[in-house]
Design a protein around this ligand. Structure first.
Ligand SMILES: Cc1cc2nc3c(=O)[nH]c(=O)nc-3n(C[C@H](O)[C@H](O)[C@H](O)COP(=O)(O)OP(=O)(O)OC[C@H]3O[C@@H](n4cnc5c(N)ncnc54)[C@H](O)[C@@H]3O)c2cc1C
Length: 415
């Protein structure tokens, strides 16, 4: 297909874009996916270590796996799924968090979410941090958890939006990588890689999409780029779409970065052990030891802690992790670990962060962001999802929903 001869252009080839393009292709609509990177997957990205183990630098967990459409895709592809319960469902390593204290923290965590649920029923929105119990000793750790869950501390997060997130608490993993799965799903889609879109002119009869490889004309477009890209106006809309830019500003991407570390003499640990760096401060990482039984530690950094470390690159993350691990496991532990790989999502020019949260007062911006414009411009991506935001399955659902809107709009024109 020539790029001047398409019905619909899908901008962005992550979970949402790939799902949208597949749906449009199934409806026999001539669609072209235009992706800025030299690969598909976006924030779903699997790389391999020297032992050919799949490391997910972006999404790794099939959250809400019992209703997650990527599970069906994995089954179609014959990809192995690991159903071992995630580390956050187990008690953490005793040395890092004694069980009696952990039980007390679990109670504080449950009570915080009960207050969240109640407050969200009220009329006004506020920062989720207003629901912390000032007398609780666990506020720092609740905030640290928030940096893993939402990529930001609780004072930046809309309590209404946080409460709308829905999880079935079933969490599985794709052994060959979530990124591998999502990019393979887009393998047969007509696409242009390495091709950033810089402008979308919707003033004329046909849409004009300016890219680094020239202009493309189309009848309709599905925009699936991250909300932070829209907020930064990396794509110029002509005429401008200030309501989209404003909605995107209300839905910034939080920051979460994963550092993979190799571990010598890993036999000492059971598979999938969880370790806390500190339990009394916000700037701490979560450690998943021996995922899949591999001699690896997956260290998870979020929020301001990740933002500060990004400036120093992998060395800064590794030094931070070693200091925390040594604090829990003793000074000899430092000799057993080496850094393997990290990706700094805050500095990634086509993401500008990890996953979206809503600022206080902006929970309804997800709906505004997802609304079509003139039955010609459609929007998808995890930030458009009301209940599954911040996830790859949320991306999928919004991609399919936008494709279905395109299909309905085309039918309405020809009816
Ligand atoms: C460290 C980390 C851990 C995570 N863990 C999980 C997890 O365990 N489970 C889970 O479900 N989710 C997780 N997520 C979130 C998940 O990865 C994302 O929510 C999901 O992949 C987003 O998909 P998307 O299609 O909405 O956006 P993206 O994947 O960001 O896709 C948008 C695409 O648009 C492209 N693009 C940007 N600008 C342009 C332009 N100008 N022109 C053309 N293309 C452009 C980008 O390159 C990208 O490919 C994690 C993310 C990170 C970073």
């Amino acid at each position: 297909m020539s790029s001047s001869d398409v019905d619909v252009v899908v901008v962005g080839g992550g979970a949402a874009g790939v799902a949208a393009a597949r749906r449009l292709g199934q409806a026999s609509i001539r669609c072209l996916l235009v992706e800025a990177r030299p690969r598909l997957g976006g924030r779903a990205w699997t790389v391999h270590d020297s032992g050919r183990r799949a490391l997910d630098l972006g999404c790794g967990w099939l959250h809400s796996a019992d209703r997650n459409p990527w599970v069906g895709v994995a089954e179609e592809q014959g990809a192995a799924i690991d159903k071992t319960p995630p580390p956050w469902m187990h008690r953490p390593l005793e040395a890092s968090f004694p069980s009696s204290e952990h039980a007390d923290f679990r109670r504080a965590f449950a009570e915080f979410y009960a207050r969240l649920d109640e407050a969200a029923q009220g009329g006004t929105d506020a920062a989720a941090s207003t629901l912390l119990d000032p007398a609780s000793r666990w506020n720092a750790l609740l905030n640290a958890m928030s940096t893993y869950i939402s990529g930001a501390e609780l004072d930046r997060i809309s309590l209404k939006d946080l409460d709308r997130y829905q999880s079935t608490d079933v969490n599985w993993r794709v052994v060959d990588g979530y990124g591998t799965l999502i990019s393979a799903y887009g393998a047969d889609v007509p696409l242009l890689l390495d091709c950033p879109v810089s402008a979308i002119d919707h003033s004329g009869k046909r849409l004009k999409i300016e890219t680094s490889k020239g202009a493309i004309a189309a009848d309709q477009i599905v925009v699936t780029v991250p909300s932070a890209i829209l907020a930064a106006e990396r794509i110029q809309f002509v005429p401008a779409l200030p309501e989209k830019v404003q909605a995107a500003h209300g839905l910034p991407l939080g920051l979460a970065d994963k550092l993979f570390i190799s571990l010598e003499n890993a036999e000492e640990f059971e598979t999938s052990v969880r370790l806390f760096g500190h339990t009394d401060r916000v700037a701490t990482a979560g450690y998943h030891i021996k995922p899949f039984g591999w001699p690896i530690i997956e260290a998870y950094f979020g929020g301001c802690c990740a933002a500060a470390l990004e400036a120093g690159g992998m060395a800064a993350f590794f030094d931070f992790a070693v200091a925390e691990l040594v604090g829990v496991l003793g000074s000899d532990f430092a000799k057993r670990v080496k850094p393997i790989r990290i990706h700094c999502w805050g500095g990634d020019p086509f993401a500008l962060g990890s996953y979206s949260f809503a600022l206080p007062g902006f929970a309804d911006s997800r709906r505004t962001l997802a609304e079509p414009v003139d039955s010609r411009l459609f929007f998808a991506g995890e930030a458009c999802s009301r209940h599954d935001f911040s996830t790859a399955h949320g991306g999928y659902f919004t991609g399919v929903a936008a494709a279905d809107q395109v299909i309905a709009a085309r039918r309405a024109i020809t009816a």
